[in-house]
Design a protein around this ligand. Structure first.
Ligand code: 0X9
Ligand code: ZN
Length: 357
């Protein structure tokens, strides 16, 4: 089986809902993409009287990172089949017992949204394989340059969106306010894009979400908060909301700024990231690394930092620990290798879920 096209991703999601009506809910996302595509997410879990904590996982945000959709669809299919049949799960050298699967699906719900950017995936699979952004042409200013279409959805969230003000000019965060930047154009305003709004709608629909994983490629790691600067747990006033630190964020190895994270949150994130890496390593020995987003490169407007920041910006919102998985060493591995990567990452994600106790 080669990579799924956008129609096949959508029908995989709806087919799982039809095949497992007692263990799933199909969720229609409210906004159409620019090209008129609609999408669904899938809630997976054994129904309970009270709302359960949720792990939300999204994928297909960056158009060219094709395998992310398959990783999430296989994860859903594997868990549902194991729960229905009362079997365990085996991924190479990592295995989970039937009891672990059943306990997991009784304790938490998984909310899986495998294709956030369907227009981008379609364009990447039919026209320009290395395309990353969505396909919204609203900000080209009449330019015919094809690079000027689209927004990087993983810079479009409301976290330090005004990066020109927030960051030290010398920090060089990986983000742009130029619509013709083919990689990291953040959009005209936070959450300007229908696809971003769909993720926000899903978060609103599942306020009991406590963990969030955005599946990307590639660099063989799992990133945890924060992505704008180094972490510190000593000075709560030094934080993304405090304008006293505008113009100072984003430089490594300096005392001017580091982003506040409560020590217990950082410990929890490290433990979960390590659980992911351990489950993954058991499959065939690959050593993915847990690092903060900042240690990949400084960013604004990403999903992982946005979901975690919401609780600090508005304490009525539950706390969501944010992660980004970066699978693989290339965007389009041949399918036989992608099948191995799916096993690697799905074992990591199940181990991650088990560690959310
Ligand atoms: O740059 C991104 O959006 C992600 N990497 S990718 O190669 N898939 O484009 C990483 C985002 C990581 N998160 C933070 N730095 N906060
Ligand atoms: Zn990506």
């Amino acid at each position: 089986m080669p990579y799924l096209n956008v129609t096949e991703v959508e029908s995989a999601v709806t087919s799982l809902a039809t095949a497992y009506p007692d263990l799933t809910q199909l969720i229609a996302l409210p906004n159409e993409s620019f090209e008129g595509r609609t999408a669904h997410a899938l809630q997976i879990g054994v129904p309970a009287a009270l709302p359960k904590p949720c792990v939300m996982m999204i994928g297909g945000v960056h158009a060219r990172e094709w395998g992310s959709c398959e990783i999430l669809i296989h994860l859903a299919a594997d868990l549902l089949e194991a729960q229905r049949d009362g079997t365990g799960l085996g991924y190479g050298g990592t295995s989970f017992t039937a009891g672990q699967v059943s306990d997991l699906l009784h304790r938490i719900d998984l909310v899986i949204y495998p294709l956030v950017n369907p227009d981008g995936r379609h364009y990447s699979q039919t026209v320009r394989p290395m395309w990353r952004k969505n396909r919204n042409p609203s900000y080209t200013g009449g330019s015919q340059n094809p690079d000027c279409v689209g927004v990087d959805l993983n810079r479009n969230y409301d976290f330090l969106f005004d990066f020109v003000t927030a960051f030290d000019p010398a920090a060089g965060p990986r983000v742009s306010n130029d619509p013709c930047d083919v990689q990291v154009y953040a959009g005209p305003s936070a959450a300007s894009e229908a696809e971003t709004q769909n993720v926000l709608a899903l978060l609103d629909q599942f306020p009991q979400t406590a963990w969030f994983v955005d599946v990307h490629s590639y660099s063989q790691d799992i990133l945890y908060n924060w992505g704008d600067d180094e972490n510190q747990s000593d000075n709560p006033d030094m934080n993304f909301r405090n304008s006293d630190f505008d113009g100072k964020r984003g430089r490594p190895n300096d005392l001017a700024y580091a982003e506040y994270i409560p020590r217990e949150d950082e410990n929890a994130e490290q433990e979960l990231a390590e659980a992911f890496c351990q489950g993954l390593k058991g499959v065939r020995g690959l050593a993915y690394k847990p690092i903060t987003g900042f240690h990949l490169y400084p960013t604004s407007g990403t999903s992982d930092d946005y979901v975690y920041s919401r609780h600090f910006a508005d304490p009525d919102q539950g706390k969501v620990l944010g992660f980004t998985v970066e699978w693989g060493t290339e965007f389009h591995p041949r399918w036989a290798e992608m099948e191995q990567i799916i096993r690697d990452v799905d074992a990591g994600l199940v181990q991650f879920c088990l560690a959310t106790t």
